[in-house]
Design a protein around this ligand. Structure first.
Ligand code: HXC
Length: 259
């Protein structure tokens, strides 16, 4: 598969690396890029050797938002009928394997929303997060008002959305938006190492862990805990559970087969 606005690589067994690649526009997210991203995700989901995806941008920008030049003249009818950004967002929402966002530089507007659609964010010290859509007379359109508020709470979310101020990496880590902050030149190594670690686990247990953390956002505590208990018990139907526990007892590395 060849793409013009993203680069897809396989840096190690089980890991797909997707780089957003519109350097001339700070990786602004246009229809072509979003379509190619969806296709690359489709391929990664369908390939059973792929266990984890890393999504990254450049040193300067993860993505500076939806493409303002593409959007600026659109009518309501066009935005409604093309359902701008939604298919790519749905693709990520429904993606069953883990996706790590490795963010350096700007993650603004739709770029911040895209990072939040991933399962967790590893940030370089240079990362800057923001929802500056208010400066354009609009607002986030792909979950930012909802997801950022859940990540960082009402006060910081309001502050960022109403004043358009950016959050640096240290503040983003304190606020719980990102899982870790690393030196810029270590960002990809760190994200790929995390992905390789995930790729070495039982893919079945990985998918169930992911589903359950996401369930926490969608349901009550008692319902979530009940679903977790059922799925925890069900893991004992898999060979991977036997292998994982046998390997511990035998003091060796487990060899998970995804069965
Ligand atoms: C289109 C963009 C862009 C964007 C940058 N560029 N962001 N093009 N859409 N979102 C382009 C610039 O026009 C410029 O192209 C080139 O990238 C370099 O950008 P500069 O502005 O010259 O760089 P710099 O001075 O370093 O400033 C960086 C920046 C600034 C602070 C990130 O570019 C900026 O404020 N960008 C817009 C951020 C934003 O408002 N994002 C939200 C978009 S709305 P030329 O051709 O001039 O060299 C959104 C809605 C999501 O995301 C909802 C979807 C449903």
């Amino acid at each position: 598969m060849s793409f013009e606005t993203i680069l897809v690589e396989s840096p190690s067994a089980g890991v797909t690396l997707i780089r957003l690649n519109r350097p001339e526009a700070l990786n602004a997210l246009n229809t072509q890029l979003l379509g190619e991203l969806s296709q690359a995700l489709d391929a990664a989901e369908a390939d059973e050797t792929v266990r984890c995806v890393v999504l990254t941008g450049s040193e300067k920008a993860f993505a500076a938002g939806a493409d303002i030049k593409e959007m600026s003249d659109k009518t309501y009818a066009q935005m409604f009928s093309m359902d701008f950004f939604t298919p790519a967002a749905r693709r990520l929402e429904q993606f069953r394997k883990p996706v790590i966002a490795a963010v350096a530089g700007y993650a603004l507007g739709g770029g911040c929303e895209l990072a939040m659609l991933c399962d967790f964010i590893i940030a370089a010290e240079t990362a800057k997060f923001g929802q500056p859509e208010i400066n354009l007379g609009v607002m986030p359109g792909i979950g930012g008002t909802q997801r950022l508020t859940r990540f960082v709470g009402k006060s910081k979310a309001m502050d960022m959305m109403l004043t358009a101020r950016m959050m640096d990496a240290a503040e983003a880590e304190r606020a719980g938006l990102v899982s870790r902050v690393v030196a810029a030149d270590k960002l990809l190594d760190e994200a790929l190492a995390a992905a390789a670690k995930i790729a070495s686990q039982s893919p079945l247990a990985v998918m169930m862990n992911k589903e359950l953390v996401n369930t926490a956002y969608e349901t009550t505590l008692s319902t979530g805990v009940a679903v977790e208990r059922r799925l925890f018990h069900s893991l004992f139907a898999f060979e991977d559970q036997k292998e994982g526990m046998a390997a511990f007892v035998e003091k060796r590395k487990p060899d998970f087969k995804g069965r």
